[in-house]
Design a protein around this ligand. Sequence first.
Ligand code: PHE
Ligand code: ZN
Ligand code: ZN
Ligand code: ZN
Length: 277
Amino acid sequence: APDISLANIKAHLGQLETIARQNGGNRSASGGYAASVSYVEGKLRAAGYTVRRQTCTSCAGRTQNLVAEWPQGDANRVLMLGAHLDSVSAGPGINDNGSGSASILEVALTLARTNPAMAQRVRFAWWADEESGMRGSKFYVNSLSSAERAKITAYLNFDMIGSKNWGYFVYDDVASLKTVFDRYFASVGIQTEGDREGDGRSDHASFKSAGIPVGGLATGAGDVKTTAQQRKWGGTAGAAFDNCYHRACDTVANIPDAPLERNSDAIGYAVWQLATT
Ligand code: PHE
Ligand code: ZN
Ligand code: ZN
Ligand code: ZN
């Protein structure tokens, strides 16, 4: 798998923070959400993607999901990746969830640039209105016919993957998907744990409810790092993984390089393992 560029991800995050600043300090439906959609859409179109906006009529402000598929490989087998692009109204949402949004964007751009031989389709989604109950992803899953749902071989979710006092958590809903991520982390000498904090709390829940296999990564939100976890990963025991979770201080200054670099490369590894020939 190619390296996923940390510098490019950080550039996307800088743009998302600027968008928040220009829209009342956040990227919620009444703030910078629509401008965030336009930013991601513009990058995808420039790379050759066909991009679809889906108006989510059950979402606050009737905001839009953004969906783009790389048009190579077996159209009947779809590996899906998603991240919520909205923030809470309290702040710009750079870890939650600029981090996942910018990382899958850069994976999409890297796929287009390197153009590998594909075994399956890769479909990327940026969700509206996760923050008031995963409404964008629920709307999308409900919009699919059962035949379309059956083509999705797995849904991988990325929500908060650059926490300042990070841990390395891998969703353990489906063992075979966890194993793919764990193989990457083992190759760079990182121990992981199964994710508990995020269970049922992000967009993968919409897919899991529909019987679609789910996986994903997270670096922790408001939960407190234990001493054992500090020994494993460094950082500060007794402090939250992200003490700016859902706050105004969730800015680019809230995001260290290490977890963003590791997790984005882990996403690239998984996509290349699962979807290329
Ligand atoms: N990030 C989710 C939310 O937006 C909640 C969450 C918490 C997800 C912890 C994963 C882990 O707010
Ligand atoms: Zn990288
Ligand atoms: Zn949140
Ligand atoms: Zn989130």
